[in-house]
Design a protein around this ligand. Structure first.
Ligand code: 80F
Length: 308
């Protein structure tokens, strides 16, 4: 299997390292970034041709495109057109980039189905902690509601602020650890969580909503006083995402010690799934280069095994 990697930042580099360290039997035929393409597998990226990913398909002729480029919530481009073009040619797509799926879920899924190509997007929600792919092993359940903490950066910031750090210090740490989006405003204002909730809603409730249909608020208005006030009542502020078949929202909420999400701190994320059969909670890292890269790697292995 030949791969074309799109995006070679924190996640792209971690993904390439994992492929080599774990000796995964694939060929990296080229890497494309915003600067252009390189038609070989090398740790050091050097532009060989100023070309966009969609045009590099012709030259690299991959079996699988792995998109780890920046999110664009205006129109999901250029990744959206890249997916449609690749899928129409029967090229599989694996992505860590939420924006195309948070904006045009149905078109992407239908194109994949029509052309017998696979689209893997585990890493778009909770990185390597099973969320999207978890649904595949919960057949026949009627999902009633989902609730969770879906953004690593804001959960890290809220945790560090409750320990005494300033907002700026905590954000800087999250950026240094590779948790934050290239534009961290997308984390802070709730956009990233809303995109993840839209994708989860589509998967868990078989819907076709876009991020524009999610009500969301980020942590912009949370300050030391809000956090200290919550502490006085043994509560913590968490950026909670919620969806059932009728409503959805992302909002900072004070939760108490009885809440299962109370101890989900730092970069950890959580997803509670309430169904007609049982209630499941999964907790694990929601961000980090190696974690997001692992989400994509798990899709790749499932795809190679024919079970994605
Ligand atoms: P980074 O900014 O390091 O790299 C982006 C790369 O994209 C660069 O190489 C850039 O050249 C390339 N690029 C930009 N425009 C391009 C174009 N038009 N064509 C080709 N390449 C282009 O970004 P990251 O951190 O490596 O993230 C990459 C993608 O993974 C983004 O879409 C992220 O949203 C996504 N992702 C990142 C995660 C992380 O932990 C986690 C999962 C997905 O919960 C949180 O706190 C979330 N902020 C992170 S979730 N880094």
């Amino acid at each position: 299997m030949k791969l074309m990697l799109v995006g070679y930042g924190n996640v792209g580099k971690a993904f390439r390292s994992l492929i080599h360290e774990r000796k995964i039997n694939v060929e990296i035929g080229g890497i494309v970034t915003s600067k252009g393409a390189m038609f070989k597998d090398s740790e050091k990226f050097e532009v060989e041709k100023k070309i966009m990913a969609i045009d590099a398909l012709e030259e690299i002729k991959p079996d699988i495109v792995v998109d780890m480029s920046v999110a664009n919530y205006k129109d999901g481009e250029p990744s959206y057109s890249l997916y449609i073009s690749a899928l129409r040619q029967g090229i599989h797509v694996i992505t860590t980039n939420k924006s195309p799926l948070a904006l045009r879920f149905k078109e992407i899924m239908e194109t994949a189905k029509m052309h017998n190509a696979k689209i893997g997007f585990q890493a778009t929600v909770m990185s390597g902690t099973p969320s999207i792919n978890l649904y595949k092993i919960l057949p026949c359940m009627k999902i009633i509601k989902i609730r969770g903490i879906l953004n690593g950066t804001t959960n890290y910031i809220l945790t560090r602020m409750s320990e005494g750090s300033s907002y700026n210090e905590a954000l800087k740490e999250a950026q240094e650890k590779g948790y934050a989006e290239a534009n961290p405003e997308l984390d802070i204002n709730g956009f990233d969580s809303a995109a993840k909730l839209a994708i989860l809603t589509n998967v868990y409730f078989q819907k076709n909503i876009s991020i524009n249909e999610v009500k969301f608020e980020g942590i912009k208005n949370i300050n030391r006083n809000t956090i200290d006030d919550a502490k006085k009542t043994n509560s913590k502020i968490k950026l909670i995402a919620y969806a059932d078949s009728k409503e959805n929202y992302v909002s900072p909420i004070a939760i108490d010690q009885k809440d299962e999400l109370f101890n989900v701190d730092y970069v950890n994320n959580a997803l509670q799934i309430e169904s007609d059969i049982e209630k499941i909670t999964i907790i694990g890292p929601g961000a980090g280069p190696i974690n997001a890269a692992y989400g994509a790697l798990s899709d790749l292995i499932l795809l190679i095994k024919g079970v994605l």
